[in-house]
Design a protein around this ligand. Structure first.
Ligand code: DAH
Length: 348
């Protein structure tokens, strides 16, 4: 019996010393002190010993038992500390590429373009502004010189909401057809002078095809100050299109009618595909229409609480999808909202 106890002692002294994980120490503990553990079983044989032997052996046994128990606990502490100091001293290079071969995602091309736009125009003092997606026909149409029954309403295929709200005395609710619904709101909020941009969603009741979507993005710009004029519009259009399509890109303004600008203009970029020579994509003209724009109509300024005798303004509305289609050579606008990762992920 004595020998057996000494054997257990020396065997486990070594085992405990070498154990380098908490799991291993748990295992050792169980094989010593578990239900059938080597230490647990020893006192069961005490009955076979003489009284003298029991008096001699049991204190020795108890001492070894306590010692082994303490050694396990001590070793547990050491293992915990080793683990912790390894964790705190180890450095992880988070810039290192993952070794696993995961498919790489990328930012949606429209979002990329929008980030570029925001950066470009923040640099020259334009702030981002947000207007509601669900708005009244007052802000979307009336205050922009497009009263009910005006033929210009035909330009915007509109989705109306049926809900009626008692406290709403500003007209019917609709999904805004353009970001121009922000114009009067922001003038009323910020007053003049003001430089704002809105890049956001609009909605139209469209027959869908390769060039028409029911949900589309617009990039609206509003710039009101004392001497703002058409030259600023030409300059900003060039600043914008050259940054997006390249320094060589030529830009022209062409007369065009919108009820909320006077004079109104279309902003054309030189056709990227034929470099102005005329091709199928630009209908042989050498130019692509990219935006509606103009000098903000005096009545619209007045609606926004700005005195048109003191201030003038320019505004435009570009179509980011249209621009991305040209930039990335995408022939169908529906790709952008398709969730087709092959098409969207493959665009550089
Ligand atoms: N809101 C117009 C549209 O959706 C585009 C537009 C035209 C915006 C002229 C403007 C503007 O700010 O001045 O077709």
């Amino acid at each position: 019996m004595e020998n057996k106890i000494l054997e257990i002692h020396s065997k486990y002294l070594e085992k405990i010393k070498q154990a380098n994980s908490l799991a291993l120490l748990d295992e050792i503990f169980l094989s010593l002190f578990g239900k059938n553990g080597e230490i647990t079983l020893i006192p069961k044989d005490f009955g076979k010993l003489t009284k003298d032997e029991v008096v001699r052996i049991s204190p020795q046994f108890n001492q070894i038992k306590v010692e082994l128990e303490q050694l396990i606990e001590q070793r547990r502490e050491e293992v915990r500390e080793e683990k912790y100091s390894k964790l705190t001293s180890d450095t992880i290079d988070i810039t290192k590429e993952a070794q696993i071969d995961l498919p790489k995602g990328q930012i949606h091309p429209i979002t990329q373009l929008e980030h570029e736009v925001v950066e470009l125009f923040s640099k020259i003092g334009f702030q981002q502004y947000q207007a509601p997606h669900i708005d009244t026909d007052n802000y979307n149409f009336e205050l922009l010189n497009i009263p009910a029954g005006h033929p210009a309403r035909d330009l915007w295929d509109t989705l109306y909401l049926e809900e009626k709200f008692d406290n709403l005395d500003e007209g019917k609710l609709l999904l805004r057809t353009h970001t121009s619904n922000a114009q009067v709101r922001l003038m009323r909020e910020a007053g003049a002078p003001v430089r704002m941009m809105i890049i956001d969603r609009c909605f139209r009741y469209e027959n869908l095809d390769a060039r028409h979507e029911h949900t589309l993005e617009q990039f609206e710009l509003v710039y009101v100050d004392k001497t703002v004029n058409m030259a600023n519009l030409q300059y900003l259009s060039e600043y914008f299109l050259k940054a997006i399509f390249g320094k060589e890109t030529r830009v022209r303004l062409r007369p065009k009618y919108y009820p909320f600008v006077e004079p109104g203009a279309g902003v054309d970029g030189e056709c990227l595909f034929c470099k102005g020579k005329g091709c199928k994509i630009c209908g042989g003209t050498g130019w692509l229409e990219l935006a509606g724009a103009g000098m903000i109509h005096p009545q619209v300024l007045r609606n926004g609480g700005i005195n048109p005798n003191e201030y003038t303004g320019i505004a435009w509305g570009f179509g980011p999808e249209r621009m991305a289609m040209l930039k990335y050579e995408i022939s169908d606008i529906r790709v952008f909202k398709s969730g087709d990762l092959k098409a969207l992920g493959g665009i550089k």
